[in-house]
Write a protein that binds this ligand. Structure first.
Ligand SMILES: [Zn+2]
Length: 226
């Protein structure tokens, strides 16, 4: 049973040959293969804890470049073919001052009982979006150099942490859908319609099956507007 954090791994650290090759190609951008591609098979594996003192500068730099290129709000190392427990999370992604943090051996320390539904997509599953139920608030911890740090997050920040940490455990958001899968083109209309309904007090944090069906219908008709 791993304790996570800075002092987790016991075995001597080794990169796998494929990981070493990806990192050695310093100038080559990291690729995010889609689910179904043989290179994406490791998305179903549990990623390895990172030992203290491992040099991650290059992995972080290359993952930051890949995330920026993708336009996404979070990225986990297994998505770029490196099966280790490291993620990037954009905090305040929908706000005024978004910033992307690098988290090694991240883990969820505490979860709120309160849940919230929202529409998610994934850089590894380019064609699909859908409604996922997540804990509204979390306390997360990770290793920052030599030290464990903890942070309380809520809403969309908490959602991104849950989505990215799921990747480290071989779980995809499509495993957690609470409604029908939708196309990626429908992601924005669904999310905006959900937001509108929430602001109007028509739906709460958690949707009933009827409200989900209704949301899909409404977003589809919004989508057809010129
Ligand atoms: Zn993802």
């Amino acid at each position: 049973m791993g304790t996570g954090g800075c002092a987790a791994a016991v075995a001597p650290w080794v990169w796998k040959p494929r990981e070493e090759a990806l990192l050695a190609a310093v100038a080559a951008p990291l690729v995010i293969p889609p689910v179904g591609d043989p290179d994406a098979a490791l998305l179903r594996d549990r990623a390895r804890e990172i030992a203290p003192g491992v040099d991650l500068v290059l992995l972080e730099r290359k993952m930051r470049a890949a995330l920026e290129e993708s336009g996404g709000v979070g990225l986990a190392a297994p998505q770029v073919g490196v099966s280790v427990r490291a993620i990037l999370v954009m905090l305040d992604a929908r706000g005024e001052a978004p910033r992307t943090i690098w988290c090694v051996n991240p883990r969820i320390v505490r979860r709120s009982d309160a849940l919230q539904d929202d529409i998610e997509g994934c850089l590894s599953i380019p064609d699909v979006s859908g409604l996922v139920r997540r804990n509204l608030e979390l306390r997360v911890a990770w290793c920052d150099g030599e030290q464990d740090v903890e942070l309380d997050v809520s809403g969309f920040d908490a959602r991104i942490f849950q989505h990215e940490i799921d990747h480290l455990d071989g779980v995809l958001f499509t495993d957690r859908l609470v409604g029908p899968p939708a196309s990626t083109a429908a992601l924005r209309p669904l999310r905006e319609e959900l937001q509108r309904r929430r602001e109007q007090g028509l739906v709460g944090d958690v949707l009933t099956p009827d409200q989900i069906a209704d949301l899909w219908t409404a977003a589809a008709s919004t989508d057809r507007l010129p």
